[in-house]
Design a protein around this ligand. Sequence first.
Ligand code: LM2
Ligand code: CA
Length: 495
Amino acid sequence: SLTANAQSNGDTFVHLFEWNWTDIGRECTEFLGPKGFKAVQVPPPQEHRAKDYGALDEDAWWVRYQPMSYSIGNSRSGTEQQFRDMVSECNQAGVDIYVDAVINHMAGDGGDGTVSSMGRYASQNNYPDVPYSAADFHNCGKPEIDGSDYQNNAANVRNCDLVRLDDLKTESENVRSKIIGFLNGLTAMGVKGYRIDAAKHMAPADIQNIVSRLNPIAGTNTPVYVFQEVIDKSPGQEAITASEYTSIADVTEFQWADNIGRKFQGLFEPSFGQNGKLADLETIGSPAWGMLPSDKAVIFVSNHDDQRGDGRFAIVDYNDEFGLNFIAEAYQMAQPYGYPKIMSSYYFNANEDRSVSRPTVPTNSPTGGCEAPYGPNRGGSEGWVCEHRWTGLANMVAFRKTAENQALTNWWSNGANQIAFGRNGAGFIAINHESYPLVQQLQTGMADGQYCDILSGDFVNNSCTGDIITVSSGQVSVNLPNRNSAMAIHTGAKI
Ligand code: LM2
Ligand code: CA
């Protein structure tokens, strides 16, 4: 294998969508490091297109996915110096930086002649500040990938423009060496991992070549971590499959979000002939579900695209009914499959134009920042959601670490939307997604004693700011009166 990519299934990382470099650095020191997060996925740092068709769109989040060069001299998240400071600060705090690497394409039709975040210009298939010229781009004979290509034409998906973004000849040495220079430059600054954006739109051989030429983590022989974004949601109906990429590095498992989303949302599932329910999750991750092997899969409850896309009613996010996002994220971290990424969002009105920009309030503002007084599903419409700061979710990072490599055991369900399971004596979780109480005496598989319910409070100085849970003869009395509530205990938080 080219990279030692399989992360421990005890790790968790967070996507700080559209955060500034300075704010991410501070978050590493003050919160992510102390809570044990493995890494942060940061926004694309490249010089990007800065204006679009109208004034309203000029600050849309997605300009970050339209690179104008490989310079990180300026982007919406800050300057190169601020980027470097963030990387050092996070490394110091024990938190790795994963860069979202946009390498399949440059801007949309050359940025349509508009200015970049560094005040520079490009034109279609011509980026003087890389430099790239026409010979570095595919020309597939039509303006962009057609919807039907996804079912029946892999070559078009890889060689035509994705939404008219100038598509790079990733098979050419000139392009590869520019991309590799860019990534190795970041690694030299202390970056430890990469999300390969739009990996599906590049041939596996191209990514393999690039990944095989990446330098190890600065000052070590350890390969950088790589995961590839391959959207393979309809197995059997896609011209390109996620499994074409697993020998290179880890891959996003989009089916995970859909599969659990249908259960948590209770959506009708034709193949089951009934509505999805949490009890169906007993075997998730086993081969019958047809997902990637656990040690290859990056999983998430929602991501920045599907929160805004067609899939948003199947997936779960903070826009859903009170507490649903919280229990789905907590479930994801409690179960053993995959490498979980917590989506840390900002509020946008679902009826608004999807291009609405990030909040203008700082992430550390008492009104609309992470310090705002709220819990799961604040129900706001402005500001930062900061899911990763929710007490219970942040504490699940330690649960997952404690339960590393432990099998799922002691499964219980009411046959519908109340479930509980253990992790072979290391931890135990119970989730109520019914509109009536969950009151049950359940076997946990854990040693007797008192534990902190880490979903209701913090374990500090050997005591608990939340509910204390007693395990006796291996059993707990679970009492979860409310819909969308949960409790969790683990051996790292035993009083
Ligand atoms: C991704 N993964 O494969 C990113 O996760 C996703 O967020 C990116 O799309 C996409 N691939 C390209 O990197 C976003 C956004 C698009 C947006 C593009 C480029 O979802 O809507 O496209 O970034 O900024 C926009 C316009 C589109 C236009 C295009 C080019 O929405 O209408 O196409 O720019 O000007 C003519
Ligand atoms: Ca391509």
